[in-house]
Ligand binder design. Structure first.
Ligand code: AMP
Ligand code: MG
Length: 401
């Protein structure tokens, strides 16, 4: 064992994590349970949508050529030959000089190629005055305009939003093929940790990370399984890791990831499998471990809660995305103007907690062990590895929590 980290860049760490991600199996879930899940295959439209040409407004379906030059003072006069009901075919044909009343969403009769909304018409018995020209296709949605039969509606690897669920309903997907949710084992290590139900005695602290990291993983669509607190002791750690490897798809341990002689996480992972990365050029979060045992990713997070969350966001998140085959993992960001200088070290990627107010980003400089900055901040300003810092007035992209 060496006493120094051989650190890798954030990009290398993310690539290493993704390279060991086992792809979760598929399962079918009802559409009502599919929100937030990741689609496991392309879904194509089973029919043309809409299945018939429809009105987008209440009005009169007509032949647009009958309304050329129509105006307030010289309206086109058409004869209404009928009314279309909702949920039934139009059942009639519009011919020159005629029109048909169609409510919003109703079927446009054959022959008609446009619709004059009621607001630009006046009816005198069955004679309808149209006071404006109607263009071809105006106020009409043609058959297959939304989705044509066989075309891909939602792509494989999409994390399903409410909007996606709506589209899947439109194409009749009652059972949705998705990736299984990864069961992620969560272990907190440290002799100083006590369960949160206890008042810590001298030198002790409550176990924050199990809950913080567990909640974050749940927000990514994982099923956290909590293994509690393990003391800094080789055999206890080994036992828990073995148990977790049996029950979980991936394991996240926090604490004990540096190179102190009490920090044995890396050794335990190496004993069970391999360590690919120990040390990442990121602040906070340098003492991060990426390993694998029995084909399952085992991640060692630094113990400071803020560091464990930053590494979860920057490295664990792409790992989980790869496990569920998620295509797009862009984080929501907001651009802001930096209110104070932030210094960094060239070659290290920094994630500084910032508070946003009036388009400005105010860095929350605090010791990385403090938790209050997590709840006071709105997100993280990223300082890329290539720069030595950012100055007041510089534009920053803030990753929103
Ligand atoms: P370590 O990474 O084990 O060297 O721990 C770094 C710091 O994080 C120490 O101050 C620990 O007490 C603290 N720490 C480690 N694990 C947790 C945890 N689960 N909850 C709260 N603080 C922790
Ligand atoms: Mg520790």
């Amino acid at each position: 064992m060496t006493l120094f980290f051989r650190t890798v860049t954030v990009e290398e760490a993310v690539n290493a994590a993704r390279s060991i991600a086992p792809l979760m199996e598929r399962e079918d879930v009802p559409l009502t349970a599919a929100s937030g899940r990741v689609l496991a295959q392309d879904i194509a439209a089973d029919i043309d949508i809409p299945g018939f040409t429809r009105a987008t407004m209440d009005g009169y379906a007509l032949l647009s050529s009958d309304t050329v030059g129509a105006s307030e003072s010289l309206p086109a006069m058409l004869r209404r030959i009928g009314t279309v009901g909702m949920g039934t075919p139009a059942g009639m044909t519009a011919s020159p000089g005629t029109c048909v009343y169609v409510p919003t969403g109703g079927a446009i009769p054959k022959g008609a190629d446009g619709l004059a909304m009621v607001e630009v018409t006046e009816s005198i018995g069955d004679d309808i005055l149209v006071k404006r020209p109607v263009a071809v296709g105006e106020n009409i949605m043609v058959r297959g305009e939304d989705f044509s039969r066989g075309s891909v509606v939602i792509e494989n690897g999409t994390r399903l939003s409410a909007r996606d669920i709506g589209a899947l309903a439109a194409v009749g997907t009652t059972l949705v093929p998705v990736r299984k949710q990864p069961v992620v084992g969560i272990v907190s290590t440290g002799n100083e940790l006590v369960p949160i139900s206890r008042i810590p005695a001298g030198g002790q602290v409550r176990d924050i990370n199990s809950y913080l990291v567990g909640a974050y993983l749940a927000s990514l669509g994982c099923l956290p399984e909590y293994f509690g607190i393990v003391p800094d002791d080789q055999s206890s750690l080994k036992t828990i890791l073995e148990q977790a490897l049996k029950r979980c798809d991936a394991i996240v341990l926090s604490g004990g990831s540096s190179k102190d002689d009490r920090d044995m996480t890396a050794d335990i992972i190496r004993d069970a499998g391999e360590v690919l990365v120990h040390g990442v050029s990121i602040a906070p979060g340098k003492p991060t471990i990426i390993g694998r045992a029995r084909g399952k990713p085992v991640i060692g997070l630094p113990g400071h809660p803020a560091s464990s969350l930053v590494v979860s966001l920057v490295i664990v998140r792409p790992l989980i995305a790869a496990m569920v085959g998620q295509r797009e993992i862009r984080l929501p960001t907001r651009s802001a103007v930096l209110a104070e200088n932030i210094s960094s070290i060239k070659g290290r990627e920094d994630y500084v907690r910032v508070r946003l107010s009036g388009g400005m980003a105010f860095p929350e400089f605090g010791k990385s062990g403090l938790t209050n900055t997590l709840i006071r901040s709105d997100g993280l300003a990223r300082i890329p590895a290539g720069v030595e810092g950012l100055e007041e007035g510089d534009a920053v992209e803030v990753i929103l929590w």
